[in-house]
Design a binder for this molecule. Structure first.
Ligand code: SF4
Length: 158
């Protein structure tokens, strides 16, 4: 509630993201801590009138608005509403590894391509395009099991 109030006060967009089971953690139980987008929306609806929109920013958020406000309220629901079918996301790590899915380890080593042919942008472009053929269809997240992915988000990059 307070976060949404803050976003409304300052005219900011805000998104609520369900925690993804990445990396080993010991300070809480992911299953118990899971707070689904539906539950967040239900709780926010006690104070705010949330209206669904068809707006998209090219990412996985589903947006809502409050009448008379500029703020977009996004919900990213990798657990409760798998959005992998629409996903066109890839990420580059600081080491030049092109990660093809947050929830899988499929990747391409772009640094190796760059170092092998340093002045050839086309080689990197070809490597990126070729990588799309092995982009996974989705994650295999399971909150009740040990994570399959030991990479924390701070090692993943944006
Ligand atoms: S396919 Fe992978 S990167 Fe895309 S939304 Fe699913 S988990 Fe995330």
């Amino acid at each position: 509630m307070d976060l949404l109030e803050l976003a409304l006060d300052r005219g900011l967009d805000i998104s609520f993201i369900e925690e993804m089971p990445l990396g080993l953690i010991g300070d809480h139980d992911r299953g118990e801590a899971h707070y689904s987008s539906d539950a967040i929306r239900r709780d926010l609806a006690a104070r705010f009138e949330l209206m669904p929109t068809t707006e998209s920013t090219g990412g996985p958020a589903r947006y809502y608005r409050i009448p008379g406000q500029d703020t977009r309220i996004g919900f990213i629901s990798p657990r409760s509403h798998d959005f992998c079918g629409d996903c066109n996301y890839v990420r580059v790590t600081a080491e030049g590894r092109l990660l093809l899915c947050l929830g899988q380890e499929h990747s391409v080593d772009l640094r190796r391509v760059l170092r092998a042919i340093p002045l050839d942008d086309e080689a990197v472009k070809r490597a990126i395009v070729a990588a799309m053929a092995v982009k996974p269809r989705g994650h295999d997240f399971d909150l009740s099991a040990q994570p399959l992915i030991f990479r924390h988000m701070n090692a993943t990059g944006g």
